[in-house]
Design a protein around this ligand. Structure first.
Ligand SMILES: C[S@@+](CC[C@H](N)C(=O)[O-])C[C@H]1O[C@@H](n2cnc3c(N)ncnc32)[C@H](O)[C@@H]1O
Length: 322
C-alpha cells in the first residue's frame, strides 16, 4: 500500500474550539497536544503579536512542525517536548498564568500513517505504538510479557472488547511458540481468537481496533496522564481562564466530563439540610452542557473526526495565590 507522505493532521472541531474558548489579543495559551499545530495556528492568529503560545508534545516529530509554526506566527512561542502532565507541572512551578489551556487527545494522523510506528492495524509493522520513541515500554513488551489476566483486563478496560479473555488467551498460546513481533501477527491472532459471528456483532469496525486502542493507551499511559494533567491545567487558570479538551473515546471523555462537572458544582450539603453549611461555590462555568460533536460535513470531509467530542469550561474566581 502506498502512503501519501504529504498528508498531515486535519484539526478536529477547530472552529467549535475557537468559538467556545475565544482566544483574544495578548492572551497566553497552552496547547498540550501540539501535533502538526492545526489548532495552535488558529489560536496564534487570535492572540496576535502580543500573545504567548506554549506548545507541548512528547513526539519529536511534533517539534519539527512546531519549528515551522514558530517561523510563521507573530506571537511568542515556546515548545516543551515532554508528557503534557510534566509540561503543565513545570509551567505551574514557573508561575505561569494561562488564559487558555486546551488538549486534543489521542494520536495524530502523522502517527497513524507512519507505518513503521506500529499504531495502525492496517499495515504490517513492528509492534511499537510509542508516542515518545525514547521511552522504554512499547507494544512488543506488553504483548509478549504481560500475564494473560493482565492482558485480558487491559482489553476489557481500555478496549471495552467483549472478547478480551479469548484474545488474551490466544496471545499467550501463540507467544509460547514464538515472540509476537508485528502488528500483522497481532491482527491475525485477534482474527483467529474472535469468531466471525462475534466480530460481526461488534457492529462493524476492524476486529483488532479495540485491542490496538487498549495497547496504545497502556503503552503511552494515556489515561493516567490525562488524570494528572486536568488539575494541573486548571491550576494555571486565573479568573475567566478557559480549559477545553477534545476526546476520541468514552474513557477520555468520561474523565473530562467528570472533572469539569465536579468544578461546576456548588453546594454539596445533604439535600435535607435546611441551609447550606458547606459554603462551596462553583469554580467553573460549563461552556458545553453536552459534549460538542463534529458536524456531518466535518465527518464527511475528515472521517477521523467522527468520534471527536469537545468539552470546555471557564474558571470562576481567582486561583489561589500562595
Ligand atoms: C490528536 S493529535 C493533536 C493534533 C493537533 N491538535 C493538530 O491540530 O495538529 C495528539 C498529539 O498529542 C500528543 N500527545 C498525546 N498524549 C500526550 C501526552 N500525554 N503528552 C504529550 N503529548 C501527547 C501526540 O503525540 C500527538 O502529537
Amino acid at each position: 500500500m502506498l502512503l501519501d507522505m504529504t498528508r498531515t493532521h486535519v484539526p478536529v472541531l477547530a472552529g467549535e474550539l475557537i468559538d467556545l474558548v475565544s482566544p483574544a489579543p495578548g492572551e497566553t495559551a497552552v496547547d498540550c497536544t501540539f501535533g502538526a499545530g492545526g489548532h495552535a495556528r488558529l489560536v496564534a492568529g487570535r492572540i496576535g503579536p502580543t500573545g504567548t503560545l506554549v506548545c507541548i508534545d512528547r513526539d519529536p516529530a511534533a517539534e519539527e512542525h512546531f519549528e515551522d509554526l514558530a517561523r510563521e506566527v507573530a506571537c511568542d512561542t515556546r515548545f516543551l517536548r515532554m508528557d503534557y502532565s510534566e509540561g503543565l507541572a513545570l509551567l505551574g512551578e514557573e508561575g505561569l498564568d494561562a488564559d487558555l489551556v486546551y488538549m486534543d487527545l489521542g494520536i495524530s494522523s502523522m502517527q497513524v500513517d507512519a507505518m513503521e510506528r506500529g499504531f495502525s492495524y492496517s499495515y504490517d509493522a513492528p509492534l511499537d505504538m510509542r508516542m515518545d520513541p525514547d521511552q522504554d515500554l512499547d507494544a512488543r513488551e506488553v504483548v509478549n510479557t504481560w500475564e494473560e489476566r493482565r492482558l485480558s483486563q487491559l482489553f476489557h478496560r481500555y478496549g471495552e472488547d467483549p472478547s478480551a479473555r479469548r484474545i488474551a488467551r490466544e496471545i499467550v498460546r501463540r507467544r509460547e511458540r514464538a515472540r509476537i513481533e508485528t502488528t500483522g501477527e497481532l491482527v491475525a491472532i485477534v482474527e483467529a481468537a474472535v469468531p466471525a459471528a462475534v466480530r460481526r456483532s461488534f457492529g462493524g469496525g476492524h476486529p483488532a481496533k479495540r485491542v490496538f486502542q487498549a495497547i496504545r493507551i497502556a503503552v503511552n499511559d494515556e489515561l493516567d496522564s490525562l488524570d494528572r494533567a486536568l488539575p494541573l491545567a486548571w491550576d494555571l487558570l486565573p479568573d475567566g481562564g478557559r480549559l477545553a479538551a477534545i476526546s476520541f473515546h468514552s474513557l477520555e471523555d468520561r474523565r473530562v466530563k467528570r472533572f469539569l462537572a465536579e468544578r461546576a458544582r456548588g453546594c454539596v450539603c445533604p439535600p435535607d439540610f435546611p441551609v447550606c453549611v458547606c459554603g462551596r461555590e462553583p469554580e467553573a462555568e460549563l461552556l458545553t452542557r453536552r459534549a460538542v460533536a463534529p458536524t456531518p460535513g466535518e465527518v464527511a470531509d475528515n472521517p477521523r473526526s467522527k468520534s471527536g467530542r469537545l468539552r470546555a469550561a471557564r474558571r470562576l474566581g481567582r486561583k489561589d495565590v500562595s
